[in-house]
Write a protein that binds this ligand. Structure first.
Ligand SMILES: C[S@@+](CC[C@H](N)C(=O)[O-])C[C@H]1O[C@@H](n2cnc3c(N)ncnc32)[C@H](O)[C@@H]1O
Length: 146
């Protein structure tokens, strides 16, 4: 499988220590530059307040199948976490879309590092993604109430 970036994310976070852990903790503004040849694919994106960014954790190397996540001191299965060191290095962030000029989107709530290769963009639609009865596993009691 060959995955080619469709653009690049610009963010104020240059290295891992400085980036927020998840978008809901971030008010940071970022830019998402889509390669010109894909610009037509952004038609109609402006009507969405939030978009899903899929990108490569390009500064990650290797992975462990058990990891100690930031919200717990016990080891957890990698796929039960959002740890950036993963076999396929794919990150996913829901961010607020605050503007678009041609092929450049301005977004709020970025947690990706600067120059993260952009793999895909999808509109965030609660009807498709939100569920009523949800269990959050080992994260129960560790996150602020919604
Ligand atoms: C816990 S991950 C969550 C990322 C995304 N919201 C997700 O759930 O897939 C967030 C951390 O990933 C790291 N990170 C973000 N972009 C990265 C990149 N391009 N390469 C390596 N690490 C990255 C930063 O340290 C950031 O604090």
């Amino acid at each position: 499988m060959i995955v080619k970036p469709i653009g690049v994310i610009s963010s104020p976070f240059k290295n891992r220590g400085t980036a927020p852990i998840q978008p809901f903790q971030s008010k940071a503004i970022g830019k998402v530059t889509v390669h010109k040849k894909y610009q037509k694919g952004l038609t109609d994106i402006d009507g969405f307040s939030h978009i899903i960014l899929l990108y490569q954790f390009h500064k990650s190397k290797g992975y462990d199948l058990l990891v100690r996540p930031y919200l717990d001191d016990k080891l957890k299965g990698l796929f039960a976490t959002r740890a950036p060191r993963r076999p396929n290095q794919i990150g996913m962030s829901v961010v607020e879309l605050i503007g678009r000029k041609d092929n450049v989107l301005t977004v709020k709530g970025i947690d990706a590092l600067d120059k993260s290769p952009l793999l895909d963009i999808k509109p965030f639609v609660p009807h498709f993604s939100a569920r009523k009865k949800v269990k959050i596993g080992w994260l129960k009691g560790k996150l602020p109430n919604k």
